[in-house]
Structures are given as structure tokens and as C-alpha cells.
Design a protein around this ligand. Sequence first.
Ligand SMILES: Cc1cc2nc3c(=O)[nH]c(=O)nc-3n(C[C@H](O)[C@H](O)[C@H](O)COP(=O)(O)OP(=O)(O)OC[C@H]3O[C@@H](n4cnc5c(N)ncnc54)[C@H](O)[C@@H]3O)c2cc1C
Length: 393
Amino acid sequence: MKRIAVLGGGPAGAFAAERLAASGLETVLLDEKLAWEKPCGGGLTYKAYREYPFLIDNDKPKKIVWDTYLSEPKAGAVKMKLTHPLVIYSRFDLNRMLLERAERAGAQLEKTRVLEMGRGASRWHIRTSGGVIDADFCIVATGARNSLRQVGTQWTRNDTMFALGYYVPSMQEHIDIQFLPKLEGYIWVFPRCGHLSVGICGKGESAQSLRKRLEDYMSLRCISWQNAAFYSHVLPSLATPAWKTNHIAGDGWLAVGDAAGLVDPITGEGLYYAMRSGDLASRMLVEERHPGSAMTTAYRAALHRDFAADLAFSATFARRVFVGRFLFGTVPARMIQFMRRSPRFHDLMQDLFAGTQPYSDLKRRLLRNLNGTLHEVVMNFFFGRLVTGENKI
Ligand SMILES: Cc1cc2nc3c(=O)[nH]c(=O)nc-3n(C[C@H](O)[C@H](O)[C@H](O)COP(=O)(O)OP(=O)(O)OC[C@H]3O[C@@H](n4cnc5c(N)ncnc54)[C@H](O)[C@@H]3O)c2cc1C
């Protein structure tokens, strides 16, 4: 029987290990920390728990959040009631739940650091801080800071963004998303059980500058970071060329999750894609339909069909979403103004938040509804002026 080593026990590795072990393959998962509070918002969209219902149907601590406020300095704020709530976990709780599931399915978990791996005639020899482990196949799930040089995506500066923030001992019941001038990213305030995750992600900007922007925002909102733990991490955000050359598989290995760069370049959502790629990779091994190098091609094709083509497409216009201009204003400002005045546009944004609106169909939906949306915006604008004397779009 094949022995599979899963390197890394975040959502990608833990879920792959669960699937492999449940299918009867001998599976060993190696992680230097096992369950830990990985820097993350911890938000799971409807798309994630629709595909994997146990993510919402369980008794683990989590926040179910229905209301989101989107803001931009010039346009102000708009409230969006989500049709499907966002489920927010602490990463310790989410990772622990996924690792427990993997262990229950029969995977062997080991707390150890993978130092290097070498390929013999047909087997891997994996050197860890605890010794050497042999395996027939490796699933590489070591995240965005993958230190194993020969496996997993190798990206340039242009393919990542910084993400940092604070765990603030405070409470609120809604999500805040704040856009800022010339920021290719956004600030978030996510309510979690017992604290808030307040963070910022941004591309092409230093961590220092992002931290300054975040602290300015927190001061303005009277959110203190005095007793808050600081976190920072790198987030894959592949640019268009990298989606084509992405090194996600090779002889005897498949990469999943952040180690394969599988993160939404616009929203930074990576949890669903980590689990989904773990699921697809494990199917490749369980089904054994693609021997040798054919598996690389088959895995790449499976990812492409499932979600990677859509994410690659979103990379072509990600920058414009944050710093582009439309009708003499910034795109985020216009987005908020349209949401306020057009129920159709509001619906579209709800679907984007739920993860049920593919990027590849966005333009078509916008054009299909253009007349109606503009009609709603214009009617709302004039009605607002007539009734309330309001004079800003
Ligand atoms: C600040 C921030 C906020 C985010 N917010 C969200 C969000 O709200 N929603 C969302 O969907 N996504 C979010 N993401 C993205 C999400 O965190 C990642 O996409 C997700 O964690 C990827 O899962 P993974 O299993 O691939 O990697 P990870 O979760 O990073 O797991 C990798 C694992 O590998 C282990 N490891 C690494 N190297 C070794 C080694 N050499 N030996 C042994 N073990 C090793 C680590 O200990 C770790 O447990 C956010 C990311 C950041 C940085």
C-alpha cells in the first residue's frame, strides 16, 4: 500500500490527510506546530460551507455574521445584509477541528519540522527535526512561507501581498471593510469569539506603510491596539504570468493551498481554495487514474476547471478593483454609491461576498443589468434630492 506524507497541517494539509486516510491510504501528516493561531481573518464564505457543510454544522466556537459595512473615505459607508452569513473562526479552532477530523479518519499526526526532502529511485526520504520518514508520495501543504525549495510555487514580489493586523480584545457584531486611497487591498474588522481580528492587506506596499495605515484607521475608529497581539504574514496574490507558470506539481508530489499560490487575488480568500485543492489532490491519489507525470497534467487541469481559471482571470483586473477609476471617481467609491442606490448592484455584491458569483461572468452580469442598474441609480439620486434635499451622489 502507498504511504503518503502530507507536509503541513493547515486547512489544505489537514483536509487532504482526512480524505486520503478515509480512503484507506496510509497517511502521515507532519506539521511543526499542529493547531496554532495562524495569522488570518478566519472568514469562511457560503461557497466553502455549501461545499463542506461540516464547516458550519458543528459545535466548535465560531461567529456567524450577517451584516457588513463597506466604506470609502469619499463615499461613506453602506450596509450590506448578507444573504448567506460569513462564518468566522479563530484559526486555532479551525485548524484543530480539521486536524481532529484527519486523525479520526486514520491519519497519523506528527509534530515535527520538515527540514528537507530527497527523492530516491521511487520513494521520498523526508528529513525532519525528529528523524527521517519515507513515503511514496508527498502532498506539499507548507503554506505561503514554504521553505522546501524544490517543491511548491516560487513567486516573485509581484505575486504576494503583505497582510498584518491585531487581535483586539473587543466585540462587535458586524464586519467592516474599509477601502483607502491608492491602496491595492483593504482593511477588515472581523468579529470573532471573544475578540476582533483587525487587519490590512495590500500589494506593492511595505509592511511598515500598511501598519501605519491600519493604526491611523484604528485611531479614527477608537479601536485601541495597546493590549492587542500583533500578527503579520505573507499572502499569495499571483499576478497573471504566475498563474501560467505556477509550479504546483512534479514527480511524486502535488502542492495544495498557499504553497501552490491558490488564493483569490482580489479578496485574499484562501481557506476554501486550500481545502478544495487538498480535496482534489487527494482524489488524484485515491483514484490512481493518472500514472507518473500524467498526474501533474491531470491535477493542473482539475484545479483549472474547478476554480483556478476563475482566479487567474480575476488577476487580470484585481488592481483596477482597488485603484481604478470609473465615472470620474475611484472604483470602490462608485461601488459603494451604486450599492446604496441600486438593488440589482447590491444583489451582485452579495453574491460576490457569498462566493457564488464567478469573476468570469461578472462583466456579462454587469452589462445585462446595466440599464436597470443605471435606471435605479438615477431614480434613487433624483428621488433622494427631491425628498431629502440630499445633493451628493
Ligand atoms: C492576515 C491574513 C488574513 C487572512 N484572512 C483570510 C480569511 O479571512 N479568509 C480566508 O479564506 N483566507 C484568509 N487568509 C488566507 C488563509 O490564511 C490561507 O489561504 C490559508 O491559511 C492557507 O492554508 P494552507 O493550509 O495552505 O496554509 P497554512 O494555513 O499556512 O498552513 C501551513 C502549515 O504548514 C506548516 N509548516 C510550514 N512549513 C513547515 C515545515 N517546514 N515543517 C513542518 N510544518 C510546516 C505550518 O506550521 C502550518 O501549519 C488570510 C491570510 C492572511 C495572511
